[in-house]
Design a protein around this ligand. Structure first.
Ligand code: NI
Length: 185
């Protein structure tokens, strides 16, 4: 089932999320729905707050970019209760977008390597280093689980330059090709 994506201005994007455990109902269905929603919206990552749920769950679909980056063929992963344990490497600028911010694309600096702990959908524990594009996506999505968005990482100047676009999104004045849940005041 395709879920509506919550866009900038909705409180859930700024909420602290809660960890889940094995008693969380219908987790596999939620993950399947998040993958379907992400694919339809042509993104590479989706965090649960973006579908209105303040829980520590996210999905990453790098298979979606495997025409350009064949090493990611079949890369479809769900991360439950992920945390950034440490970072390494240089701060690297890279242009990011976010399904909760239709039309906004800006360079954001992030460390090139990141160590993440998480459990998978069967609650097996993992702890791995990521680098390159996956490191970028992991940091962007885990930010969502901490109530942060990529605009918080932009330079003050770039944020200022996007001020109008941001207020339009918050007011529900934007177009995009996927289903959204917007604020209508
Ligand atoms: Ni995002």
């Amino acid at each position: 089932m395709i879920l509506p994506i919550y866009t900038y201005g909705q409180g859930v994007l700024r909420k602290e999320t809660e960890e889940i455990d094995e008693s969380y109902e219908n987790l596999k269905q939620l993950i399947a729905d998040m993958f379907e929603t992400l694919r339809k919206a042509e993104g590479v990552g989706l965090a649960a707050p973006q579908v209105g749920l303040p829980i520590r769950v996210m999905v990453v679909d790098l298979d979606a970019v495997s025409d350009d980056m064949p090493e990611f063929k079949g890369y479809l992963k769900a991360y439950i209760n992920p945390y950034i344990e440490e970072t390494d490497g240089e701060l690297v600028p890279y242009e990011e977008g976010c399904l909760s911010f239709p039309g906004i694309h800006e360079k954001v600096n992030r460390p090139s390597k990141v160590r993440v702990s998480w459990v998978d959908e069967d609650f097996n524990e993992h702890d791995e280093w990521f680098e390159g594009f996956p490191a970028r996506v992991m940091q962007h999505e885990i930010d969502h689980l901490d109530g942060k968005c990529f605009i918080d990482r932009m330079s003050p100047l770039r944020r200022q330059m996007n001020k109008k676009a941001l207020s339009n999104i918050a007011a529900g004045k934007f177009n995009c090709d996927y289903k959204v849940k917007i604020n209508r005041k």
